[in-house]
Each structure stands twice: as structure tokens, then as C-alpha cells.
Design a protein around this ligand. Structure first.
Ligand code: COA
Length: 388
């Protein structure tokens, strides 16, 4: 029996900044951001959106009434949680009117959370083929104004339905994983921005990729020639390029060209949105299947997941009959193209409006948020969500 991803939804807010404008404001050569880092645009997240609302906005695009009846597992991967105790999954379940006879919880391991959720969902659906699982990867990547990491910010949510007989892609072989106690990126409880040793993180990422890639291929009797494309966790595009370059010498020149071409389409959404943290790998996967003209049913796609701290996992999926997911191609193109470009000063104002970590009663400017689901107010230590 095949188990895998049946649907993928994506949401990111309707505002962005251009990386040339950011480079100019920070006295950097624009080519450092465009070529050296590989980013073109960056999503800007207003304080009326958090991981709960972004996950609801991504999920409502894909969940129908049949799904609602079958989903009895809701796993929310995030490192931008809104509460130290209550999970974002419970808020989401309520906002979307999902089945109350469900297990709903949140998991965290930096940018790896959604992959952990996906693998748990795979095991669950394998044992309960008539059930479905909803797996979320939602985050807001914040490094701070005028920091080296600023160019690698962004945010949004990926929502995936895992089922038997999936429409998009099925799991293929057992995963290879590797973990180690590494201080490359973390966020202590009292901080709203990450602490990062970016250059070190680059090196660890490539090492973990090579480690899990070699292990996976050995375990499953595969070589680079067996992959139509390899997708990466993309905190910024250059990081994926570094990963790909580490294994390209294993392929013929012709195969190298093919893998580079497919990588170039897998980065389109990320280079225009920025870092989604735990959703980033799945945004690359979505970008690949929506934008490549060379894929066919049965093609094997590699997926490398990395969460700082650090956990790495490599696995592969085979494309299924309806992988083109046409509905979301139109939705995503129109969402990306209708975003409003902000000046750097407007972005800085929104960045500084991040909600404080203390009890405060305030109504937010939700009327200027065009999303279906939004955070309306903070009241008596509670977050009050609403929808249009
Ligand atoms: N034209 C083209 N390329 C240029 C350039 C120019 N004018 N100026 C610099 N570059 C290149 C550099 O050569 C370098 O390329 P390389 O990585 O292939 O060596 C790249 O741009 C970045 O330059 P660098 O000087 O290393 O930038 P930086 O010190 O400002 O830091 C990061 C860049 C990515 C390390 C920093 O943004 C960061 O820490 N980001 C967060 C990373 C992260 O999220 N890690 C954890 C998640 S997995």
C-alpha cells in the first residue's frame, strides 16, 4: 500500500521587501544578496499573523469536508510557538472546525519539526489506511534589523495532508538520519530573534547532508542517477546550492545539468518568500512540482531536511498521478503577484511591532489584513483569533 502526501497548501502574508532595496539600505552590494545569498524578495509578517493563523490560511485552501471527517491526527511543527504550554495544533483544530476525535499536538526541533511530523504521519496512516493526518510547518524567521541574518528572514506556512493512495507523492524507502549536539542556531526563551553562527551552520548543514545522503543510498541500493531531482531545506537559496554541489561530482555531466535545472525550479518560491524555517523544505518540493516541466509520475525526488541544533534526515518520495497540483499553482502565483512591496522604513516599522512577551490588552489592526484568518486581539493573557 502506498502512503504519502495527498495535498499541499501554502500561505505567506501579502507584504514583501525587495532584496535590492534592503542591500542599498544596509550599504551592501545588491549582488551579495541576489547572488551570494540567492534571495530576491522577503515576506514581511504583520502582527495580525502568527503560526496559527498562517497555518489556518494555508490549510483552508486544501481541506474539504471529506478530509475533515478522516483527519484524526494533527501535528504542528514550529519553532515560533505562541504558547509555552498549549499547542498551536489545538487552536488550528478549532479555527478549521476539525474533528474533535483527533490527536492534536505541537513538535519542535528547529527547522526539522515538519519532517518529524510527516514521518509520524506516515507510520500512523500505514497502520490506519482509512485515516488521514494533517501536518503543518509554520514559522516566522527573525534575525533582527541590521544583522547579517536579516537577508535570510521570511515566514509562512505549509500544510500537508498525508493519506493512503496519495495524489502527489508516496514515501519510498526508509529514511536516513543523523543528530548531534551543535550550537549553530538557537533561540533562548527570553529572545524573539534567533542566535546564529551562520558560517558554522553552513558547514554543519553540508556535513549532515553528505552523511545522510551516503547512508540513504547505501541502505536503499541507490545512486545519484536514480534521482530526478534533489530538494533541500532552504533557509536561503545559497545553502541548498552548497548542498547540491557536494554530491554533483558523483554524476555525469548530463545528469549534473538535469539536477541543476530541477534545483533552479525548486528554489523559485523560496527566493521570493525567504525562510519558512520548518516549512522550507516542503516549499522547495512544492516549487519543484509546480514549476518543472520535466517531471513525470514515478520520478524519484530526494528530500533533505535539516534542523539546527542539529537533526538531519534524507529520504525520497515518488511522484504520483496528480502531482501537478494545478489548483495550487494558480493560487500561489496570484498570492505572490498580488503582494504589496514595502519600503525598508515601512518594513522596519512592522518588524518593531512584534508583540511583546508580556500580558497586554490590545486590539490589533486586523482590518488592514486581507487574510481569511487573523489574530484580532490580546486579552487577559489570551490570543483572540477570528476569520472573515
Ligand atoms: N557578489 C556576489 N557574491 C557575493 C558578493 C557580491 N558582491 N559579496 C559577497 N558575496 C558572497 C560571498 O562570497 C558568500 O558566498 P559563499 O557563501 O559561497 O562563500 C556569500 O555572498 C555570503 O557572504 P558572507 O560574507 O559570508 O556573508 P555574511 O557574513 O553577511 O553572512 C550568512 C551570510 C548566510 C552566514 C548570514 O546571513 C546568516 O547567518 N544567515 C542565517 C543562516 C541560518 O539561518 N542558519 C541556520 C539555518 S539552517
Amino acid at each position: 500500500m502506498k502512503v504519502g502526501i495527498d495535498k499541499i497548501g501554502f500561505y505567506s502574508p501579502n507584504k514583501y521587501i525587495d532584496m535590492v532595496d534592503l542591500a542599498n539600505a544596509r550599504n551592501e552590494d545588491p549582488n551579495k544578496y541576489l547572488i551570494g545569498i540567492g534571495q530576491k524578495k522577503q515576506a514581511v509578517i504583520p502582527n495580525t499573523q502568527d503560526v496559527v493563523t498562517m497555518a489556518a490560511n494555508a490549510s483552508q485552501k486544501i481541506i474539504n469536508e471529506d478530509d475533515k471527517k478522516s483527519i484524526d491526527l494533527i501535528i504542528f511543527g514550529t519553532e515560533t510557538g505562541v504558547d509555552n504550554s498549549k499547542s498551536a495544533a489545538i487552536y488550528l483544530q478549532n479555527l478549521l472546525n476539525l474533528n474533535a476525535s483527533a490527536r492534536a499536538f505541537e513538535i519542535k526541533q528547529a527547522c526539522y519539526g515538519a519532517t518529524a511530523g510527516l514521518q509520524m504521519a506516515k507510520e500512523y496512516v500505514t497502520n490506519h489506511p482509512d485515516k488521514k493526518a494533517l501536518v503543518i510547518g509554520a514559522d516566522i524567521a527573525r534575525y533582527g534589523l541590521n544583522t547579517p541574518g536579516e537577508v535570510t528572514q521570511g515566514g509562512g506556512a505549509i500544510s500537508m495532508i498525508v493519506s493512503s493512495d496519495p495524489s502527489i507523492a508516496s514515501f519510498d524507502g526508509e529514511s536516513a538520519f543523523h543528530s548531534d549536539d551543535i550550537m549553530d542556531f538557537w533561540r533562548p526563551l527570553y529572545r524573539t530573534e534567533a542566535v546564529v553562527d551562520g558560517h558554522y551552520s553552513n558547514n554543519v548543514y553540508v556535513d549532515f547532508f553528505k552523511n545522510t545522503w551516503d547512508k540513504y543510498n547505501q541502505m536503499n541500493g541507490l545512486s545519484i542517477n536514480d534521482y530526478k531531482a534533489i530538494t533541500f531545506h532552504l533557509p536561503y537559496v545559497k545553502m541548498g546550492i552548497k548542498g547540491l554541489r557536494a554530491v554533483l561530482p558523483e554524476a555525469s555531466e548530463l545528469k549534473q545539468e538535469e539536477l541543476k535545472n530541477e534545483f533552479n525550479v525548486s528554489k523559485i518560491y523560496s527566493e521570493n518568500i525567504g525562510n519558512l524555517y520548518t516549512g522550507s523544505l516542503y516549499l522547495s518540493f512544492l516549487s519543484l512540482i509546480n514549476n518543472s516541466n520535466d517531471l513525470k509520475t514515478g520520478d524519484r525526488i530526494g528530500l533533505f531536511s535539516y534542523g539546527s541544533g542539529a537533526q538531519g534526515e534524507f529520504f525520497s518520495m515518488k511522484l504520483e498521478r496528480s502531482f501537478k497540483n494545478n489548483y495550487s499553482i494558480e493560487e500561489i502565483d496570484s498570492m505572490m503577484n498580488s503582494r504589496k512591496k514595502l519600503t525598508i522604513s515601512e518594513y522596519e516599522t512592522i518588524f518593531n511591532q512584534w508583540l511583546p512577551i508580556k500580558n497586554i490588552n490590545m486590539e490589533l489592526d486586523w482590518k488592514s489584513d486581507d487574510a481569511e484568518f487573523f489574530l484580532k486581539e490580546l486579552k487577559d493573557n489570551q490570543r483572540i483569533y477570528d476569520h472573515k
